[in-house]
Write a protein that binds this ligand. Structure first.
Ligand SMILES: Nc1nc2c(c(=O)[nH]1)N[C@H]1C(S)=C(S)[C@@H](COP(=O)(O)O)O[C@H]1N2
Ligand SMILES: [Mo]
Length: 392
């Protein structure tokens, strides 16, 4: 039984059954009502909260304001009393510790700007081949924020990691109903990533986002942020860290977030967990279904280089003639590892143009492929981004 079970009961009140302005009793947003938690998102589901911004809003600024930052949650936001909150650090350590937020604040504060992206970003594009379940994300399950908190390695040094440690597990304080059981969201990262120091620590324990305390949607009071890894590794409402010789047995590391085909049961045991995200990108404007006139069209979007150290986008290319010719887009602002970059371009379209296509390349050899194999969970869709257009 996990040592947090008592504090979990004490600290958490699940928000079901509580009437909140703007929500129906079933937890659905009332049409036209503002989001009670201040988000300006397109909600794919409201219970739990899963929403992405319109692509037009998404690319308004390099740093994504919290109201336009996607939310991906598997259960209602737990209600946590920050005064009573303790983070437990245990497992393969000489000195298991419980840290309050005040005790954590004695560690050196780190500020890191990094992009968070869901492994399911662009999932709906898989449906063209064969439909996939899960939250029906378009290309907005991504955002770039300044995260402030502590290096995971500094916390682990206090706990004194023992020899033989290989993985560091994270466990959230949320309660996810899965079949008969209630489980927390969890995952793990390899010990080398956990201990990595430098300007961008391998993993952070974060209490502030864009200069404000974390909001309930983003993991208040404490979450992990793992630069370069899929969003699922950045566990919100963090309650427990376990150092181990094995990867986390939590469902969201051990089973979910794998590239598999349901038709092949061997896939499930063969496939390892996804950690790093690959290069990706999207055209954000013009929006889908915009009618354009023949001639020059202004287009803009984002590119995210592979989540590897020192990796930045090198080339963004666009085609309006189905890949026969390509032109380079202009990247905006400075390139920064683990961060997306916005780009702009103007491209000529003719009445023969059926789509504008985007592809991109990064400095560690990453590229967006023309196609990616379909997978049952709809993860890591990073093929050439196609914006269908109708030219008049
Ligand atoms: N505790 C907890 N952490 C979580 C999740 C969750 O449901 N519960 N969702 C994960 C997933 S799949 C993603 S993509 C990111 C999303 O972070 P955000 O909601 O702050 O954008 O959080 C991750 N951490
Ligand atoms: Mo995700």
């Amino acid at each position: 039984m996990n040592s947090n079970s008592l504090t979990r009961r004490e600290m958490i009140g699940i928000g079901t059954g509580i009437a909140i302005t703007g929500l129906s009793s079933a937890g659905n947003l009332i049409a036209g009502a503002a989001d009670p938690l201040g988000k300006d998102l397109i909600f794919r589901t409201t219970d739990p909260r899963n929403g992405e911004p319109s692509l037009e809003k998404l690319i308004q600024s390099w740093l994504t304001p919290v109201k336009h930052f996607y939310v991906r949650s598997h259960a209602p936001n737990p209600k946590i009393d920050s005064e009573k909150f303790v983070l437990s650090v245990e497992g393969h350590v000489r000195n298991p510790i419980k840290l309050s937020l005040k005790q954590l604040a004695q560690l050196k504060r780190r500020n890191v700007t990094a992009t968070l992206t869901c492994a399911g970003n662009r999932r709906t594009e898989f449906n063209q081949e064969s439909s996939v379940g899960g939250v029906q994300w378009e290309a907005g399950a991504i955002g770039n924020a300044q995260w402030s908190g502590y290096a995971l390695g500094d916390v682990l040094k206090k706990a004194e990691v023992l020899e033989g440690a290989r993985h560091v597990w994270f466990e959230g304080l949320d309660e996810i109903q899965r079949k008969e059981a209630v489980i927390p969201f969890g995952g793990s990262v390899p010990i080398e990533k956990a201990m990595q120091d430098g300007d961008t620590p391998g993993a952070l324990l974060v209490d502030r986002m864009n200069g404000e305390p974390l909001s309930p949607d983003h993991g208040y009071p404490l979450r992990t942020v793992v630069p370069g890894y899929i969003g699922a590794r950045s566990v919100k409402w963090l309650g427990r860290i376990v150092v181990s010789d094995k990867p986390s047995p939590n469902h969201y590391l051990a089973n979910a977030y794998k590239l598999v085909k349901n038709t092949d049961p061997i896939d499930w045991t063969e496939a390892g967990p996804i950690y790093r995200y690959p290069i990706n990108g999207a055209i954000a404007t013009p929006a889908l279904d915009t009618k354009v006139s023949a001639g020059a069209v202004d287009i803009a979007g984002y590119v995210l280089p592979t989540g590897r150290p020192n990796t930045t986008a090198e080339r963004i290319e666009l085609s309006s003639d189905n890949g026969a010719t390509w032109q380079a887009a202009r990247m905006i602002g400075k390139a920064s590892e683990y961060c997306w970059q916005l780009w702009k371009s103007r491209i000529r379209v003719t009445t023969d143009s059926k789509a504008i296509i985007l592809r991109a390349f990064d400095s560690s050899g990453g590229f967006m492929p023309q196609r990616v194999p379909w997978n049952a969970k709809g993860y890591l869709q990073n093929s050439w981004f196609r914006l269908p257009i109708s030219v008049q």
